[in-house]
Design a protein around this ligand. Structure first.
Ligand SMILES: Cc1cc2nc3c(=O)[nH]c(=O)nc-3n(C[C@H](O)[C@H](O)[C@H](O)COP(=O)(O)OP(=O)(O)OC[C@H]3O[C@@H](n4cnc5c(N)ncnc54)[C@H](O)[C@@H]3O)c2cc1C
Length: 423
């Protein structure tokens, strides 16, 4: 792999930038792989990378129906945090955050991970007390967290709408190590590093079905650039986010505890720096905002609450998000919206993911990411690779099983039960 460094940039500047080489190619699929990962989003690419790097399994293909990062991996608002309270999520997301902290060095690719703090505003004494419980439990589990009282908050974020009667701000709970990263860079970084370790990344290739022998999955049926084909593998891992239920059904897994919804995101025209952190406002529904390095305000809200596979959202949610924005940051009222888009979410019934072996020999499942799978990308890839390579979970994903639904051991972080819209 061509190593990126300041010296290489300097050398490129002196020699006419002729030294850059493509970092992944267009390989012809082989007839057989040790492992096929379906889905070239962040999770699929990270899984392939860790299979090669940590387990020496390099005869691996990542099969993507569109282009790398064209799904949720390239559509999210890039919030990264590990402020979870319940066992299962706690250890998994903190494991993931620790991997983020060294990811640019690990991949030799600047993923622009910026630990700018995640600030959750609270609006009543009851909410303050309930969130204190969460943050105290986090701290007992070794996860950073602190409380900013209203004076501290005003000092750090002066532009919030403090002088309004409707949603009095009682302070904020903060995870200082949380932040954002550049989503495309994460996909490209993993794709480049995986390719360098010998992984085949096959784009424009949809998995349309599965090949079975004696109850086990032994390969996938594909449509690549419009042409049907078959690729065989010892093990197949699904990392297809919002399309999980469709593919899992084809694989014979039956009905999963998942619903597919879409989630919208918005970005404004670039403005001067105004918000240094990620701010979350739950006063009216759900609203979160940060500012990109280019200056655009990046924000989002709730799911569109009906099931759909369309990668576009509808106006009612749009209206709610803008109303929330005006409530908490009215200074943005005259800023122009530049773009809006949506992704297809795999909402699980307890709001937590699963990374697990399945009852079907040869099939492994990675899904249920809801609103929060971007932050999970390194942890998900790392533990899914471990699960596939060793046929047993990593300690960090040991509780993220499908059995928990059968046995009633839900990891219901928000306590909302099987109502995807509320997670
Ligand atoms: C608007 C929005 C905002 C979000 N904000 C955040 C956030 O701030 N923080 C956070 O942590 N998370 C966030 N998320 C969630 C996060 O983006 C996802 O949970 C995560 O990206 C899912 O994992 P992935 O990257 O592997 O998924 P994807 O990138 O969706 O990858 C799945 C891939 O599978 C491919 N695929 C599907 N079917 C097939 C098939 N049959 N054959 C081959 N390939 C197939 C798709 O084309 C896709 O590329 C957000 C999501 C959206 C949409």
């Amino acid at each position: 792999m061509q190593r990126y460094s300041a010296l290489a940039v300097l050398w490129g500047g002196l020699t006419g930038q002729t030294h850059w080489k493509p970092v992944w190619g267009r390989p012809e699929p082989k007839g057989h792989y040790d492992v096929i990962i379906v889905g070239g989003g962040g999770h699929g690419l990270a899984t392939a990378y860790y299979l090669a790097k940590e387990h020496g399994i390099t005869n691996v293909a990542v099969i993507e129906k569109g282009w790398l990062g064209g799904g949720n991996a390239g559509r999210n608002t890039t919030i990264i945090r590990s402020n979870y309270m319940i066992e299962g999520n706690t250890e998994f997301y903190e494991h993931s955050l620790k991997l983020w902290e060294n990811l640019s060095q690990e991949l030799n690719f600047n993923v622009m991970f910026s630990q700018r703090a995640h600030v959750s505003l609270v609006f009543s004494a009851a909410e303050r007390d309930a969130t204190a419980r969460r943050y105290n439990l986090m701290r007992l589990n070794g996860i950073d967290g602190e409380f900013w009282d209203p004076a501290e908050l005003r000092r750090r974020i002066p532009h919030l709408n403090y002088d309004q009667g409707r949603f009095e701000i009682f302070g904020a709970y903060v995870q200082p190590r949380a932040g954002t990263a550049r989503h495309d860079a994460v996909n490209w970084g993993y794709a480049r590093a995986a390719t360098a370790l010998g992984i085949d990344i096959i784009q424009n290739c949809e998995v349309t079905g599965f090949i079975r022998r004696a109850g086990a999955l032994i390969g996938v049926e594909t449509r690549r650039d419009g042409v049907a084909g078959e690729i065989y593998a010892d093990k197949i891992g699904l990392a297809v986010a919002g399309h999980t239920s469709v593919l899992a059904h084809k694989a014979g897994l039956g009905k999963l505890p998942l619903e597919t919804h879409k989630l919208q995101a918005y970005v404004s025209e670039p403005i001067k720096p105004i918000v240094d952190q990620v701010i979350v406002f739950g006063g009216v529904g759900h609203f979160y905002i940060s500012q990109s390095d280019k200056g655009g305000m990046v924000f989002g809200g709730d799911l569109d609450s009906y099931n759909s596979y369309a990668q576009k959202g509808n106006l009612p949610v749009y209206q709610n998000v803008m109303a929330a924005c005006m409530q908490i940051l009215p200074c943005l009222g005259r800023v122009k919206l530049l773009r809006q888009w949506a992704g297809v979410m795999d909402m699980s019934m307890d709001g937590s993911p699963f990374i697990t072996k399945t009852d079907i020999p040869g099939l492994y499942l990675n899904a249920g990411w809801c609103y929060g799978g971007f932050k999970a990308t390194p942890g998900s890839g790392h533990t899914f690779a471990h699960t596939i390579a060793r046929d047993e979970p990593h300690w960090a994903n040991a509780r993220l099983t499908l059995e928990r639904y059968r046995e009633g051991r839900l990891i219901d972080e928000s306590g909302h039960g099987p109502v995807p819209k509320l997670h």
